[in-house]
Design a binder for this molecule. Structure first.
Ligand code: FAD
Length: 446
């Protein structure tokens, strides 16, 4: 028999939206807490930035989204859809491009929210400040702070289960650079980048080379005197070669800032720069979660978590959705949401606590043996021995395997990203991929 429980979902981004839908489909009683004014999470653009450009001051005014106005998706829209809710490219859409603007993603999420009634389940402008298991009260106490119309009200409510969907691009991570204390130039994190104009005529150094740095280097390159990008090669990028273009140059990691305040790269090149932008990603943070040390965040490893979702000793009443990286969050969060919803309703059963811990230990051991730092714990892909994660979820849920074109497309986009120097979005071969996707659909329907 199916059980219905009262569930708190924290966050109304991609993960929270699809988790809420899956939980309601399983007839759970769902409340979504969202500190922002609207749904969308990362995709809700704001021109505001953190009050501290490096985002180090714990007392700074914080904003959630890191989007800049020019941002277009770094994945084709086919990879940013839910498995049963397509993100179509049809001309009826405001931005029908395969790699659309951020506004188009927000529109898509809004449509999804409207279709499945998620707005009605959501308490907006309500930040969860504490989540704690209280035995005497028979569940999880969620304390929240609502700020409507200038007033603030605090509330405390008991839930049977909590699903954390608060995002993992939370606290900007700043690179450690030897001698940085001597630096007198300007420093910021890409989280607070919006437009290139402040860098007009400058020599700018970008630390890190993910999709954000890719975009910013090109955008700033149009106005700056020179742009220098410092790239660290992680296991997923072995053998990749980055080619200089225009006034953008690539370098290895920074060795130090020397006595003359010059930036010294590991290949011995020195640069007299005006600004440094840290494009070095984010740290996981769960400031509201109190589990007496059962679940910790250590160098971006949220753990211990069975298959990135369930902490063995607190499962199934505490779960996490959307922590994985290097894979589109949309289908993964959808499958994770189905899993959590069905385990909570009793339709699926988790392995024993010991078995879940054993699986986690094996993963940690693999990482250690292969020299992978803890911060890669939630990275999916062959280099991290987690190629089949979404297939594992699908199989476990009794669903058909996900189509092969998804992995092929993802691999292709990473290759293009490096090789095509800026054209990876607009030189995308839509006809080729449409044919592959349509053939797969035909195969599946025959
Ligand atoms: P988020 O989108 O971060 O949502 C978390 C939500 O939780 C937010 O709404 C937040 O306000 C809320 N929240 C957090 N804490 C609390 C609290 N205590 N109380 C109440 N509410 C809370 N992915 C792609 O697939 N394609 C792309 O092109 C792409 N580009 C990106 C570009 C940038 C600059 C960044 C930063 C990320 C990009 N991503 C991209 C990844 C992106 O993070 C995912 O697409 C997706 O938005 C993650 O959704 P999420 O729901 O897990 O987290």
């Amino acid at each position: 028999m199916s059980r219905s429980v009262k569930v708190a979902v924290i966050g109304a981004g991609v993960s929270g939206l699809v988790a809420a839908r899956e939980l309601t489909r399983e007839r759970h009683n769902v409340v979504v807490f969202e500190k922002n004014t609207r749904l969308g999470g990362t995709w809700l653009y704001t021109p505001e930035t953190d009050s501290d450009p490096l985002s180090l001051d714990p007392n700074r005014n914080k904003v959630h989204s890191s989007l800049y106005p020019s941002l277009r998706t770094n994945l084709p829209r086919q990879l940013m859809e839910f498995l049963d809710y397509p993100f179509c490219r049809d001309i009826e859409r405001v931005d029908p491009r395969t790699f659309p603007s951020h506004e188009e993603v927000l529109r898509f999420l809004q449509e999804f929210g409207d279709e499945f009634g998620i707005n009605e389940l959501t308490r907006f402008e309500t930040e969860v400040v504490k989540v704690e298991r209280v035995e005497d009260e028979g569940g999880w106490v969620v304390e929240s702070r609502a700020s409507h119309g200038g007033g603030v009200s605090v509330s405390r409510e008991v839930f049977d289960a909590v699903v954390v969907c608060s995002g993992h691009n939370v606290a900007p991570r700043v690179a450690e650079v030897c001698g940085i204390e001597k630096w007198r130039g300007f420093q910021m994190h890409s989280h607070n980048y919006r437009v290139p104009q402040p860098f007009q005529g400058q020599v700018v150094i970008l630390i890190g080379y993910g999709p954000t740095s890719f975009d910013i280097s090109r955008e700033i390159g149009l106005v700056a005197k020179e742009v220098h990008v410092s790239v660290r090669l992680n296991p997923a990028r072995k053998g990749m070669k980055f080619q200089d273009f225009g006034n953008v140059r690539f370098h290895p990691v920074i060795k130090c800032i020397n006595e003359d305040c010059l930036v010294v790269f590991e290949d011995g090149v020195t640069i007299n720069a005006d600004s440094i932008i840290h494009c070095t990603g984010y740290k996981n943070e769960l400031p509201f979660l109190e589990t007496d040390g059962v679940v910790t965040v250590d160098e971006n490893r949220v753990g211990p978590l069975y298959k990135h979702v369930f902490p063995p000793t607190l499962a199934p009443c505490l779960s996490f959705i959307g922590l994985t990286e290097l894979e589109s969050v949309f289908p993964v969060a959808e499958l994770q949401g189905k899993w959590v919803a069905r385990v909570l309703s009793g339709k699926m059963v988790l392995p024993s606590e010991e078995e879940m811990m054993k699986s986690i230990e094996e993963h940690y051991q693999f990482m250690q043996q292969n020299g992978l730092p803890k911060r890669f714990t939630h990275y999916l892909g062959p280099s991290y021995s987690q190629l089949d994660y979404k297939q594992w979820l699908a199989k476990h849920l009794g669903l058909p395997p996900l189509e092969d074109w998804r992995d092929a497309m993802f691999t292709h986009i990473i290759k293009n990203f490096v090789e095509m120097n800026g054209g990876f979005r607009d030189q995308w071969d839509d006809d080729y991929w449409d044919a592959i996707i349509n053939n797969t659909k035909l195969l599946h329907s025959s």
